[in-house]
Design a binder for this molecule. Structure first.
Ligand code: UDP
Length: 328
């Protein structure tokens, strides 16, 4: 039996493929390569295509014995989602509808879904537990929440069991440097700071230094991408055993400010990275820190790389050896 991984050429998807390879799982990968990289797919049978291609989904589900799906394929830029929300409704909600519809048609009843802390919006308390209200402040979070709700009703109506994983700030890379993070444009803090360390950027802009935090900059919970990968595998195992849907936060439960992240990058790289205070970025909550107690107790999840300096070291190894990403 095989696992279908949509979006397997993306950052978190490709690291999950690596993890599944180590677990000797049979994998089918579907990715449009619009934002993903073919070279990042280091395991599995690869299909290039969109979730909107119903014929392709039929072909995959009929020519392979697919037992379950891990669904990463999505658009994930918050700023872009505000400017072009319909693109997000099409590529996230509608595309997932197509996938779920085909899963029901072909009798595939287990799904692990790539969700996000953006479903909470501005949290009412810290650390964030899964019970907190979900009030997204942008279309990206809104479309991910809409999918979680679609999955809840699909369970009730068709018995399709799903686990939604709400990631906090994914970071780091394969410690051996085979794959890593490569977004274009890059918008995430750690790769941007490392690009500055490589001299590819003149400086890093700190988006806001007047937040109600210790040093005035935003605090986030950074989680190693391979620890996220581990959680997807455990979620699949739970679906096999328990046949029960659920929602889980994934973070280390430790917050680091933007200034602390830049300091850590300076220490790891040995480069005096220039940082400049800039205006706040719209829609950034001051503090996002996860409670992942539920994932630990119910999935048996235990992060292997919880230290920020280790996360940055692995990211740095990748960026230093692949300064132009997969375009090498
Ligand atoms: N950030 C920043 N400068 C940058 C990119 C990000 O100050 O060039 C800040 C951003 O405002 C947020 C934190 O770094 O507080 C993490 O941002 P990122 O985009 O990596 O992840 P997000 O928290 O938006 O998911």
């Amino acid at each position: 039996m095989a696992i279908l991984v949509t979006g397997g050429a993306g950052y978190i998807g490709s690291h999950t493929l690596l993890y599944l390879k180590e677990k000797k799982e049979d994998v089918i990968v579907l990715d449009s390569l619009q934002t993903g990289h073919r070279d990042a797919v280091i395991h599995g049978t690869f299909y290039e295509g969109h979730l909107s291609d119903r014929g392709l989904l039929d072909k995959i589900f009929t020519s392979h014995k697919v037992s379950s799906v891990i669904h990463f394929a999505a658009d994930s830029l918050v700023g872009e989602s505000v400017k072009n929300p319909l693109k997000y409704y099409e590529n996230n909600v509608l595309a997932t509808y197509q996938l779920v519809n085909k899963m029901v048609e072909h009798g595939v009843k287990k799904l692990v879904f790539s969700s996000t802390a953006a479903t909470y919006g501005e949290p009412t308390s810290i650390p964030i537990t899964e019970e907190l209200p979900t009030l997204p402040t942008n279309p990206y979070g809104e479309t991910k929440l809409a999918i979680e709700k679609m999955l809840k009703w699909a369970d009730q109506a068709y018995g399709l069991k799903s686990i939604s994983l709400r990631y906090f700030n994914a970071a780091g890379a394969d410690p051996e440097g085979r794959i890593g993070e490569d977004h274009n444009p890059e918008s995430h803090l750690i790769p941007i700071v490392l690009q500055a360390a490589l001299g590819q950027r003149e400086h890093v802009s700190i988006f806001g230094d007047d937040y109600p935090t210790d040093d005035g900059t935003c605090v986030r919970d950074y989680i190693h991408v391979l620890d996220l990968a581990q959680a997807h595998y455990l979620a699949l195992q739970r679906l096999e055993k328990k046949e029960e849907s659920g929602i889980y936060n994934l973070g280390n439960g430790n917050g680091f400010s933007v200034k602390q992240v830049i300091e850590t990058c300076r220490a790891v790289t040995g480069v005096e990275i220039k940082a400049i205070s800039s205006p706040r970025r719209t829609g950034d909550p001051a503090v996002l820190i996860a409670s992942s107690e539920r994932a630990r107790s119910e999935l048996g999840w235990s992060p292997v790389y919880p230290q920020l300096d280790q996360i940055v070291q692995h990211a740095w190894y990748w960026h230093k050896h692949n300064p132009t990403g997969y375009n090498r």
